[in-house]
Design a protein around this ligand. Structure first.
Ligand SMILES: Cc1cc2nc3c(=O)[nH]c(=O)nc-3n(C[C@H](O)[C@H](O)[C@H](O)COP(=O)(O)O)c2cc1C
Length: 198
């Protein structure tokens, strides 16, 4: 296996670790896209699913969130990861879609904790104006998680942002010399790789 192949394999392995391990540097990436009016927009999300074979990177969201509407217009997204411990930055270009139904959504919803589900009970859309400071939660759940039964009301708001990576820019910092590589995916050829200057 070439050194670049090893780097790509490690990238996907560490992304998978970032899903499982809340303390991993890749657990809270920045997801950017173009807002509906064409202006760049970024937000922190939780990394929820990674599949190297499918080049898939997922997060969960409220289907009423502004990013959902903007992804329908501008489906190209950009993921930014930095793992302080491994001194590794990933900049990943991807094509995204929003899923609100189907087996993947059911599986993700079933696998989510009541703690995570609580935010989907929000009475108003994320980003909606509020006359006063607001947690956007029903009063009954301000200080406690819903029961599994109560949490089911959040299912209607739950969505997956599913994306497929098309380009990865990998930067590894080292005192002996930084390293940088770019990986590009083409349907006809799979991943191609090359070193680039840090
Ligand atoms: C640590 C952290 C984790 C977050 N995780 C998510 C997430 O997984 N999904 C999500 O939609 N928003 C998440 N948010 C909130 C987003 O950053 C953002 O404020 C919200 O999604 C609204 O974004 P939008 O207006 O671009 O749709 C998180 C914020 C923080 C600080």
């Amino acid at each position: 296996m070439s050194e670049l192949d090893q780097v790509l394999q490690t990238i996907w392995a560490e992304l998978c670790n970032g899903v499982r391990d809340r303390r991993h540097g890749f657990h809270l990436p920045v997801l950017s896209n173009c807002s509906r009016d064409g202006v760049p927009d970024s937000r922190v999300v939780v990394l929820r699913r990674v599949d190297a074979e499918q080049r898939a990177i997922h997060c969960h969201t409220d289907r009423r969130a502004p990013k959902v509407a903007s992804l329908e217009v501008h489906p190209t997204v950009h993921w930014l990861f930095y793992d302080f411990e491994r001194r590794t930055q990933l900049r990943i270009r991807a094509h995204a879609e929003v899923l609100t139904d189907g087996p993947l959504v059911e599986e993700a919803w079933l696998g989510s904790s009541v703690d995570s589900r609580r935010c989907y009970l929000a009475p108003s859309a994320p980003g909606a104006e509020s006359a006063e400071p607001s947690a956007n939660l029903p009063a009954s759940h301000l200080t406690r998680n819903p029961s599994p039964e109560e949490s089911e009301a959040g299912r209607a708001q739950f969505a997956i942002v599913r994306s497929w990576a098309t380009r990865i820019d990998w930067l590894h910092l080292a005192s002996g010399g930084h390293r940088r590589a770019r990986f590009t995916f083409e349907e006809s050829a799979g991943w191609s790789a090359g070193w680039i200057e840090p």
